[in-house]
Design a protein around this ligand. Structure first.
Ligand code: HEC
Ligand code: HEC
Length: 213
C-alpha cells in the first residue's frame, strides 16, 4: 500500500478538505522526505537502515517500526540495548556492525528530527474501543490508561516514547512481546505489567487507535 492511500484513509476519517487542499497536501508530503533526507542524513541511515525504516524513518512495511519523531532519549536507549543484546531482533541484529561503526548521536538526532507520517486506521469501531482503553484503561482488570505516561495525543516525552501514528502491526507485536516476556528491556517491568493484564482483543483495539493518533 502506498503512502497516498494512507493519507486518503486518514482524511476519510476526519472528513472534509477540498480537492485542492488535498492535492497540495499530497504534493508537499511527496517532496518533504526527499529534501529532508538530502539534508545531512548520516550515511548509515541511507545505506543500511533506510531499507527497512524508510529514508526519513517512516517505514512503509507495517512490521518495521516508524522511527521518525521518536524521542532522542528513547532512540538512544533502544540502540544501546540492541548493541548490548538487552533487546534482540534477528532483522535488527544484521545491522549492528554498521551501527557500531557509525556515530550513534548523529543517527539518533536524524530520526528524532523527522516528521512522523500519519498512520492508517482501517476499522473505526475497533479504534473507538481502543480509545476507551488508551484514555481510561480497564479498571476491572487493572490496565492503566496509556495516556498517563504516553500523553493524551500519544506524542510522548523524554521518559515515555511517542506512539502516535505507529503501524498497528508493530504496536501489537511489541505488546505481545512484553506480555510473553520476549521483550524485557522496559525499566521496572512497567510495560510487561501493563501488557500482561490485557486481552488480545484489547491489544488489537488500542493498537488500531494509536495508529490514528
Ligand atoms: C532488515 C530490516 C532492518 C534494518 C536494515 C534495520 N532495522 Fe531497525 N528494526 C527492524 C525491526 C524488525 C525492528 C523491530 C524489532 C523488534 O520487534 O523488537 C526494528 C527496531 C528498531 C528500533 C526500535 C524502534 C522502537 O520503536 O522501539 C530502532 C531505534 C531501530 N530499529 C533503528 C535502526 C537503525 C538505526 C538501523 C540502521 C543501522 C536499523 N534499525 C536497521 C528492522 C530493521
Ligand atoms: C507507567 C508508565 C506507562 C504506562 C501506563 C504505559 N506505558 Fe507504554 N511504555 C512505557 C515506557 C517507559 C516505555 C519504554 C520501554 C523501553 O524503554 O523499552 C513504553 C513503551 C511502550 C511501547 C513500545 C514502543 C516502541 O516503539 O517499541 C508500546 C507499544 C507501549 N508502551 C504501549 C503502551 C500502551 C498501549 C499502554 C496502555 C495500555 C501503555 N503503553 C501504558 C511506560 C508506560
Amino acid at each position: 500500500m502506498g503512502q497516498g492511500s494512507k493519507r486518503a484513509s486518514v482524511r476519510r476519517r476526519t472528513g472534509r478538505g477540498s480537492a485542492w487542499a488535498r492535492l497540495a497536501c499530497v504534493a508537499a508530503w511527496a517532496l518533504a522526505p526527499l529534501g529532508a533526507a538530502a539534508a545531512d542524513a548520516p550515511e548509515v541511515v541511507q545505506t543500511v537502515c533506510a531499507a527497512c525504516h524508510g529514508p526519513d524513518g517512516n517505514s512503509l512495511a507495517p512490521t518495521f517500526p516508524k522511527l521518525a519523531g521518536l524521542q532522542v532519549e528513547y532512540l538512544e536507549k533502544q540502540l544501546r540495548e540492541f548493541l548490548s543484546g538487552k533487546r534482540k531482533n534477528d532483522l535488527m541484529d544484521s545491522s549492528l556492525p554498521a551501527l557500531k561503526a557509525a556515530n550513534l548521536g548523529d543517527v539518533v538526532a536524524y530520526y528524532a528530527s523527522q516528521k512522523r507520517s500519519a498512520g492508517t486506521v482501517s476499522d473505526d469501531k475497533l479504534a473507538a474501543a481502543g480509545k476507551a482503553i488508551y484514555d481510561d484503561g480497564n479498571t476491572g482488570s487493572g490496565v492503566p490508561s496509556c495516556s498517563g505516561c504516553h500523553q493524551p495525543e500519544g506524542e510522548g516525552n523524554a521518559r515515555y516514547p511517542r506512539l502516535a501514528g505507529q503501524h498497528a502491526t508493530y504496536t501489537m507485536a511489541q505488546m505481545q512481546a512484553f506480555k510473553e516476556g520476549t521483550r524485557t528491556n522496559d525499566k521496572a517491568r512497567v510495560m510487561r505489567a501493563v501488557a500482561a493484564r490485557m486481552t488480545e482483543q484489547e491489544i488489537a483495539a488500542v493498537a488500531e487507535y494509536i495508529a490514528g493518533l
